[in-house]
Design a protein around this ligand. Structure first.
Ligand code: ADP
Ligand code: GLC
Length: 513
């Protein structure tokens, strides 16, 4: 049993701005069920405090001259321990990364350096908790300094660093590096220095024992100039320590048969319920309630990564076809305004909700026929998997996790019963529109359409396999700490009650006793 400190800047259900939060919930839960001793560390943002329950102050300690507290609770009632790091810098409303003006909080470097330093103190059992980590698993730039700082310790846990998105790197001027009082040994081109600036991301990439990213394709892509964001050289150099483990999805929260956000449940054998979801969504968004018109959806951050610009460019021609569109998202004002323009122009055909709305995101996945993910790059992406689970055919670009998780509709894949969505290559409105045409053609063939729906719904996107892979990685690093039953490849296909689960339950009982 490995003691794993999982460091993250967001975790569902406490605070979520994107997929990192979903992963920071599901992966620790899965590892916990596999019998590992996981602690999830994240900042005690005001919003997180309001969602967490039954917290107790477990530790008060000093980190680089600042007083912090660890509030301890559980990620979920039967889940791993949650450690919320309390400090005045986290006690503010709204988004964890930016202020109401959509600009990054001016003290982000300080706030996340503090998270990293506190993680080191906790991992090294210097916070008075009588707990020492075997593995510290950091995520994205906000925890990038953890492997860097730990590299300076004589005795240290093994470090794993997961890149969820290489495009956000936490870059700051050298003066900030000095102001943070970081050890000077870290300042080199082999360390956190990146073209004269300080890079939190490089702290993870240069110093972690193992680097992972969230899909095999993205692991390859980031070693190229096109996707490497200037870090491709370093990543190529470290390719032996770099691997891609595709994300799973939480198969309970995202299950149309039991999803409490939905007006009607459905599953692969009872698809009828999907029609009621479509109608409810059309009514909710003010669209004409028509069962036969193909309804397309989009949910996500309104930024270029997600290809929303391609979608907007395609809008006039898209609306020449008899379709309806449902959008949920927030992000760059230009994209928000453009979407509002289209919904004002076609109020009965284009529904737009700006903002973050968990319930509506489930209702859209359930209610639409087709889901758009025309991303320019996509480390993994979760919505294309939610879509397949909800009988919604995704249209995705052939990048990253999208190409790893969607099987394009072709005569061959259809015949083999493998097709689950539509994949296109070129990042252009023209390619996107061509793919929409393919989707509309298939939509006319009700039998083929529902066959593809069912294929998607029956696919296994659960965390089981991926969590096994992380565990195998931990065990390469700390074989003595991780007692894995067998290599993941040899594990039997996930069954309803895997034996490891029983073991985990027993262990929890012992803990509670
Ligand atoms: P990313 O992390 O790059 O934003 P992912 O596809 O991995 O992309 O994950 C995004 C997650 O955030 C999904 O669970 C998606 O449903 C959710 N999400 C994104 N925007 C919204 C929104 N406006 N309202 C509700 N959920 C959203
Ligand atoms: C990032 C990526 C997304 C991925 C998510 C969770 O935000 O943009 O593709 O699914 O992290 O790993």
């Amino acid at each position: 049993m490995a003691r794993v400190l999982f460091v993250t800047s967001e975790a569902y259900p406490l605070l979520k701005t994107g997929g990192l939060a979903d992963v920071s919930y599901s992966l620790p839960m899965a590892l916990h069920e596999l019998g590992q001793e996981v602690r999830v560390l994240m900042p005690a943002y005001r919003a997180a405090l309001s969602k967490a329950s039954e917290l107790r102050c477990a530790a008060l300690f000093e980190v680089h001259g600042q007083n912090v507290a660890v509030l301890e609770g559980r990620l979920a009632p039967n889940g791993p321990l949650l450690w919320l790091l309390q400090h005045p810098g986290y006690d503010r409303p709204g988004n964890p990364y930016m202020g109401p003006n959509a600009q990054p909080w001016p003290d982000n470097a300080e706030r996340f350096a503090l998270l990293c330093r506190a993680a080191v103190e906790l991992a090294q059992d210097r916070a008075g908790l009588n707990w020492r980590a075997d593995i510290v698993h950091g995520n994205d730039w906000q925890s990038g300094l953890v492997p860097a700082l730990l590299s300076l310790e004589a005795q240290r846990p093994a470090t794993v660093f997961t890149v969820h998105n290489l495009a956000y790197q936490g870059l700051y001027p050298y003066e900030i590096f000095q102001r943070l009082g970081l050890p000077h040994q870290l300042w080199s081109m082999h360390g956190v220095e990146f073209h004269g600036q300080m890079s939190f991301m490089k702290g993870g990439l240069a110093y972690a024992d193992r680097i992972t990213t969230v899909s095999p394709s993205y692991a390859q892509e980031i070693q190229t100039h096109e996707f490497g964001c200037g870090l491709e050289g370093l990543l190529r150099q470290r390719h032996e320590d770099l691997s891609g483990i595709v994300n799973g999805i939480d198969a309970e929260q995202w299950n149309p048969a039991i999803d409490l956000h939905l007006p009607a449940p459905f599953d692969a054998d009872h698809l009828e319920g999907k029609a009621a979801n479509k109608k409810a969504l059309q009514l909710r968004l003010g669209l004409t309630p028509d069962a036969n018109v193909p309804l397309f959806g989009f949910i996500g951050r309104l930024v270029q990564q997600k290809g929303i610009d391609l979608l907007l460019k395609a809008m006039p021609q898209l609306l020449d076809s008899p379709v309806q569109l449902a959008f949920l998202g927030s992000g760059e004002p230009l994209y928000e305004q453009s979407l509002l323009y289209w919904s004002r122009r076609f109020p009965r055909r284009v529904g737009v909700v700006l903002g973050f709305n968990e319930a509506l995101s489930h209702q859209i996945e359930a209610g639409v026929d087709v889901f758009f993910m025309p991303s320019r790059f996509e480390p993994c992406g979760l919505n294309q998997m939610y879509s397949q689970r909800y009988g919604t055919l995704p249209i995705v670009r052939a990048v990253g996790g999208l190409v790893d998780t969607v099987v394009d509709v072709t005569p061959e894949t259809l015949a083999a019963g493998k097709a689950s969505g539509f994949v296109f290559n070129k990042a252009s409105a023209k390619s996107l529109l061509k793919t929409v045409k393919r989707a509309l053609a298939l939509y006319q063939d009700k039998a083929a359409w529902s066959a593809v729906q069912r294929t998607g719904m029956r696919r296994d996107f659960s965390w089981q396999n991926s969590a096994d892979r992380y565990l195998a990685l931990y065990s390469q690093l700390r074989p003595e700490a991780v007692a894995v039953k067998s290599a993941p490849e040899e594990l039997p296909a996930p069954v309803v009650e895997p034996p490891v689960k029983k073991r985990a339950v027993r262990r929890r009982k012992v803990e509670e006793a």
